[in-house]
Design a protein around this ligand. Structure first.
Ligand SMILES: Cc1ncc(COP(=O)(O)O)c(C=O)c1O
Length: 462
């Protein structure tokens, strides 16, 4: 529990408490979004009356340091944002001074990446390697770029080698390449019932029939997968086993093995989208493709681990699939930019990529802690190092209603309806991405979401 440090009698106690609060916020000892002790708790700790604490919290609110939420407590505000009042009927458009806080995109935190990039671009301009990568690349990418890709993939699949790596222009492109190489138009393809929307749009544009397999807190449910295989005879399965987007599950090993067994029984290809696998350590979770390498494409990119703008991803596939995959890369983009691939290679080979990933993991862990503290009374699916979380909404909220109200109150989250593979049904969850804004803004936005959830009559805001 936070207890202010103050001494002397130069001014009234309530002002000394408010000053101490301000000092602790400025020094980073109190974070935006943190809940302060109740009046009673702090009064007991300081041996003063609850009225004195109430006056000091009022003073802090006047200084724009905290916000009181009826029935929930008093919360620390970020310094750069003006606290919007709770939306009231007829006045829903309350926004922060700096515009809405965007928690809709899963992106890494900058964490030193742009400094590295600036220096690295300048270095690349001077380096002798530049001449050797300016031409068209051979199938699958330049050998040196594939070797770097193998090094990166070895973080999850220690057996990976450069000959079996195919470079892509990011994971979305990897999905396009793998799905179009391993299935035909009109084929049924399976994915989680709540899935990354890029899979839905790809299936539509490629003319594949997408079916969603039921999920629970551990990811895809094997019994549902089996039933779908019997009913639809699908060609392939796209699965995100680690930090599933959006429901943030991690599939335990036993279930990975069950899914592989079903894939073998029904002769399914597996596209193992492991874009968030870097957030976990290899010793804890072996990618699902490692259990069935003969029928799997392992897929990752540097977009989440390092920088979306690199647009570099890697496929790792068995030798018999490589020419199909490379030929689809050629048909779609000819080759991912070798200039970007060289920057990615420098990041990986120098060890800087691994160092930056560690920073990301630590930042994500801190943000998940904040989120659990602020939203912990609600049902959330949070993993220690994840970039996002899944909030199950209490009744009577639906996903669209809550996402709309949050937006009207200056916080953008993604409604569960956007992730539905079959695009039908009512959903009661939203995805909240944690890494985009600064920590202070994140704390403010999460506190705002919590206050909206706590409002007794959600629909009255419309
Ligand atoms: C599960 C999943 N796969 C693929 C992608 C696409 O990533 P990229 O930016 O590398 O194309 C995303 C992006 O959010 C994702 O969440």
């Amino acid at each position: 529990m936070w207890v202010p440090q103050y001494s002397g009698h130069s001014q009234p106690v309530y002002l000394m408490i408010a000053d101490a609060l301000e000092r602790d916020i400025n020094a980073g000892r109190l974070m935006a979004g943190e809940r302060l002790p109740t009046l009673k708790e702090l009064a007991e700790a300081l041996k003063v009356t609850p009225g004195t604490i109430g006056r000091s919290y009022d003073e802090a609110a006047k200084r724009g340091l905290v916000i009181g939420e009826v029935g929930r407590g008093t919360f620390v505000l970020p310094s750069r944002v003006v606290a919007p009042p709770l939306a009231a009927a007829g006045n829903p458009a309350t926004k922060t001074e700096t515009g809405p806080i965007d928690l809709s995109i899963i992106t890494p935190n900058d964490a030193g990446m742009s400094d590295w990039l600036r220096a690295s671009i300048a270095e690349l301009g001077q380096s002798p390697e530049l001449g050797s990568i300016l031409d068209y690349a051979t199938d699958g990418g330049h050998a040196v770029h594939r070797e770097a890709g193998a090094l990166w993939v070895q973080r999850s699949l220690p057996e990976a080698n450069g000959q079996q790596i195919v470079l892509t222009a990011g994971a979305q492109h990897g999905l396009l390449v793998a799905i179009s190489s391993l299935s035909n138009s009109d084929d049924v393809i399976l994915c989680e019932e709540y899935c990354y929307p890029g899979i839905i749009s790809l299936a539509h544009s490629l003319g594949r029939r997408l079916q969603g397999v039921q999920v629970d807190e551990f990811g895809m449910v094997p019994a549902s997968l089996r039933a779908m295989c019997v009913e639809h005879r699908p060609a392939l399965l796209v699965v995100v086993t680690t930090h599933q987007n959006p429901t943030n599950s991690i599939m335990p090993e036993a279930r990975r093995l069950e899914i592989v067994q079903i894939a073998r029984e029904f002769d399914l290809y597996i596209i193992d989208d492991d874009i968030y696998g870097f957030l976990e350590t290899r010793s804890v979770h072996k990618p699902i493709s490692a259990y069935a390498p003969e029928r799997s494409v392992y897929l990752t990119s540097l977009s989440k681990s390092l920088l979306p703008a690199l647009r570099i991803g890697y496929l790792y596939a068995p030798p018999q699939m490589l020419s199909r995959l490379s030929s689809m890369v050629r048909s779609s983009v000819w080759m991912p930019s070798p200039l970007m691939a060289q920057l990615a290679t420098n990041l990986i080979v120098s060890g800087q990529g691994a160092r930056l990933v560690k920073v990301q993991q630590e930042e994500a862990a801190e943000r998940q802690r904040m989120a659990r503290q602020i939203l912990g009374t609600y049902t959330i699916r949070s993993q220690a190092n994840s970039f996002h979380l899944w909030l199950e909404l209490p009744k009577p909220w639906t996903s669209d209603e809550f996402a709309n109200l949050a937006r009207a109150n200056g916080v953008i989250v993604v409604s569960g309806s956007q992730f539905l593979a079959q695009r039908s049904g009512t959903t009661r969850g939203v995805r909240i991405a944690l890494m985009g804004p600064g920590r202070a803004e994140l704390g403010f936005a999460l506190t705002k979401l919590a206050s909206l959830l706590a409002a007794p009559e959600p629909r009255m805001f419309y």
